[in-house]
Design a protein around this ligand. Sequence first.
Ligand SMILES: Nc1ncnc2c1ncn2[C@@H]1O[C@H](COP(=O)(O)OP(=O)(O)OP(=O)(O)O)[C@@H](O)[C@H]1O
Length: 322
Amino acid sequence: MATQEAVIVTKNLTKRYGAITAVQDLNLEIREGEIFGLLGPNGAGKTTTILMLLGLTEPTSGQALVKGLDATRHPLEVKRIVGYLPDNVGFYDDLTARENLLYTAGLNQIPPAEAEKRVALCLEQVGLGNEANRKVKEFSRGMRQRLGIADVMVKDPDVIILDEPTLGIDPEGVRELLSLIVRLSREGGKTVLLSSHLLHQVQQICDRVGIFVGGRLLAVGPVALLGQQVMAGKPLEVELQAAPDDDGLMAALGSLQGVTGVERQGAYIRLRCAPGCDVRSELTPYLAGRGYTLLYLRARGYDLDDIYRQYFQGEGYNDGLA
Ligand SMILES: Nc1ncnc2c1ncn2[C@@H]1O[C@H](COP(=O)(O)OP(=O)(O)OP(=O)(O)O)[C@@H](O)[C@H]1O
């Protein structure tokens, strides 16, 4: 569980590449044991931020601190406490999973007997215990990512940074990977920073998210709170499905008091409510009284896709980033 102690802190962190400002005045605090999602489209500055936190890129101005250590001044100490999974993790394809992790253990000066134990445990933790002696070239992308997490775990870091960890993995693989990340945080007490543009996935596991666009952090908080902020003062829109889905249903919905608009959107019907009005609690009895059954109901604007879109629209971005 997250405590109040900040493990990752950035203070007016800024990085310019010539005329391009990749990261602008970033002020962020990530607490111990927290899973924090850094969200943004390609080019938002996520990777640049991560590289500055690891001491791999020098900030133009400002500071990146990990457990109080300035990443620019103490890159080696920071690397000791941070495990980093880049978006394109590299392994020796002709070596087995176990041999690859033993190599990492060696680089981290873990004594051989201890290394054998840790490697076996890490492979077990990521569900690759039975694949330890298979060559990595036979692994799927999902297996490689899990091996990447095992590789990060070998040195038992306090902080884990994952750059687009779920990219290119099938839905089942994504589920496994996300539950693994949650276990590392909840059971292992690790602080996790992950970057992603895959919103539904991040929404499931992050305690807080930061929305990052054009090098600037536009909003930070738990997903539910960001939803409330984005939607404050706007009329409620709900999305629903009901059966039987006939013309009478549309007419009935249109005559419900407090509804100002009804339209079809693909498989769903979208209702717009009058300002300050919320018809959700009335819908089930209202429809049941007219012979309809409510099958699905959701308030729009409160999940991460909607929140993200609102911020992008404000910044001149458009849809299609799910
Ligand atoms: N070494 C570099 N030299 C010049 N410009 C760079 C360099 N690295 C990044 N940039 C620029 O900085 C901006 C932020 O890039 P960054 O890779 O941090 O974004 P990102 O959010 O991680 O995106 P992606 O998901 O595509 O990796 C981009 O405009 C990019 O072109």
